[in-house]
Design a protein around this ligand. Sequence first.
Ligand SMILES: Nc1ncnc2c1ncn2[C@@H]1O[C@H](COP(=O)(O)OP(=O)(O)O)[C@@H](O)[C@H]1O
Ligand SMILES: [Mg+2]
Length: 365
Amino acid sequence: MSTAKGIRIHDVSKFYGPVTALDKVRLDVKEKEFVTLLGPSGSGKTTLLMVVAGFATPEAGFVAIGERDVTRLAPFRRNLGVVFQNYALFPHMNVCQNIEYPLRMRRIPRAERARQVAETIASVRLEGLEERMPSQLSGGQKQRVALARAMVFNPPVLLMDEPLSALDKNLREHMQLELKDLQRRLGITVLYVTHDQQEALTMSDRIAVINEGRVEQLGPAAQIYDSPANRFVAEFIGETNLFRATTLDASESNLAVRMPNGDCTAARTCCLLHSGQQGFLSIRPEKLSFVNGNAGSLCAMKGQLENLIHQGDTIKYFIRPKGFDSEGTGGLVVMKMHNRGETPKFLPGDRIDFGWRPDDATFVI
Ligand SMILES: Nc1ncnc2c1ncn2[C@@H]1O[C@H](COP(=O)(O)OP(=O)(O)O)[C@@H](O)[C@H]1O
Ligand SMILES: [Mg+2]
């Protein structure tokens, strides 16, 4: 199927009484792209999906599917596939009938219906279960029926709101890969909602980080993780260390900052800055390393090891920095290293130097 179309969300605002659920949201999803809305509970993800689906009307802005402005169009006329969190299958219909339902609604002739249902059943791997009732299916199978029902009529866009959240961890991870594979194979445009960052990182071509009805950052997983646009994104995606810092020189090509212990260092940033601006250096725990003697090109700090935790594949070190506080738990710095089976070189109480490459530090406000 190649009916895929892009989605254009332009300056969409939505209010519920005094609550601003969406605040001038601008977001383009390209044809055949998988974009995920990722954000905390109450950030406006479902509202945005409902606006695209047509179940909620925005107070301002417009939504286009392909070239067509659909802002005032009834949901069924938008012809979109929608999968909700509680995938609500019709309990009195078997698998085949559930999947066939949207085709009946569209008055597709019987032979054509049978062909499309069979094709969709094969693509979501439900062969052999056609006659089962929903009550006789596992969670993952029900999820696949809901998906099949949403895509059987070749919609130009598939909208999914936390479709895997009811599944247990193993099945969820399996379904993430399956869904992603299916989307790629069939070339479907997907706008997906989750509050689970691992899910977003696994599945998405691009992620839109949503907070308080605004898109804080839009980009591929690596960009969101390595170059967070602001403090919210830095803290919401993965783990990070935040060190207070003030900009010294903020010309376009070069950013220099001063740390509270007086040290100066270079960093990257996505923010527009002037000098003297206060903010934070965000450095991921795995980007820190121990410094032995000569720090070379690393930016090095002194500290004392407070604790270390084995986490199976990784070892986490908690360091009390000297001369400044981290914004993290108890002012400590967190460092994460692969567990290569060696005995840790340091013990709690040891003085240690740690450092990072300036390229691995992002200045955020
Ligand atoms: N029908 C509604 N009536 C009033 N407030 C609503 C309604 N739906 C959502 N909200 C509010 O809008 C905000 C965004 O909600 P929602 O889009 O459901 O967030 P999310 O899906 O990210 O958890 C929240 O503050 C929520 O309480
Ligand atoms: Mg929601």
